[in-house]
Design a protein. Structure first.
Length: 271
């Protein structure tokens, strides 16, 4: 089965259901309705009520839902999500144990664990293989806080890149689609968004979380192969139809790994 090419994921607070329709109207590939960080502790019940009302009145509006990771909110969130087919997945924050993932998956939805703590990172090799996992997601901001890193420093970036490396390798080992990059909190710094997105592409990530529609175009530009790459991939596949085994194209040896990359590029380009 082909892997769905999700490049951009846009968060919307559950307390602002009018923004869900606006998020769907944006160019974001996936809308994530947030019951966790974007909702104050005293507003959790109200947030669930508003989301339930929205899902009841708006059929076919597919979303992911970021649930709370602590009880009793965790069970309440899952019980609500289980009622609606339009909730296509559970985004599980602070994923640290297989038991959390199994409990989330029991509601009948695929689980997108967010790795954002030292405990989650240490358990990653087990979490990636847990039943029900759809794809791994990176929570760099919370992880940096948990690891006592100095924000926006070369030292912090170096350590966080080591964490990214583990997500990419564990995803591949568990035969999951490539992971999803963390958000950039600076809403208006579009240049930084593009820079982070391009580096994520280089490191093998497949998409990126976002917190504002302004960030979406830069994310799409980074995660969509250039026209030159698309043309190259088409030429590789056309040539491969006429040759058995390895061959040369523009002075480069083309074998099965190169052909696989060409197919992946065309899938990412949605052509």
């Amino acid at each position: 089965m082909p892997i769905k090419q999700y490049r951009s994921f846009l968060f919307v607070p559950a307390t602002r259901p009018e923004r869900i329709a606006k998020a769907h109207a944006s160019e974001a590939d996936v809308v994530i309705v947030d019951l966790e960080d974007a909702v104050a502790p005293s507003d959790k019940d109200e947030a669930r009520r508003l989301l339930r009302d929205y899902l009841t009145s708006t059929r076919g509006s597919e979303i992911l839902v970021r649930v709370n990771s602590t009880q009793p909110e965790f069970e309440k969130d899952l019980a609500m999500c289980a009622q609606f087919p339009s909730v296509t997945g559970i985004m599980l924050p602070k994923a640290e144990t297989n038991q959390q993932i199994e409990q989330a998956a029991a509601c009948g939805k695929p689980v997108w664990p967010i790795i954002e703590s030292a405990k989650g990172l240490v358990s990653l090799q087990s979490l990636a293989f847990a039943r029900g996992v759809e794809r791994l997601t990176f929570g760099a901001l919370d992880l940096a806080t948990d690891l006592n890193l100095e924000p926006r420093t070369s030292g912090a970036n170096t350590l966080l890149d080591q964490c990214r490396y583990q997500l990419v390798v564990c995803s591949r080992a568990a035969k999951l689609p490539p992971p999803i990059e963390s958000v950039v909190p600076e809403i208006h710094d579009i240049e930084q968004v593009g820079s982070v997105a391009r580096r994520a592409v280089e490191m093998g990530f497949a998409g990126m979380l976002s917190i504002h529609p302004k960030q979406i175009p830069s994310i799409h530009k980074a995660f969509t192969p250039s026209e030159n790459l698309v043309l190259w991939a088409r030429r590789v596949l056309e040539a491969a139809k006429t040759v058995d085994g390895a061959f040369q194209l523009d002075g480069q040896m083309v074998d099965e790994p190169v052909i696989s990359r060409a197919k992946s590029l065309l899938a990412r380009a949605r052509v």
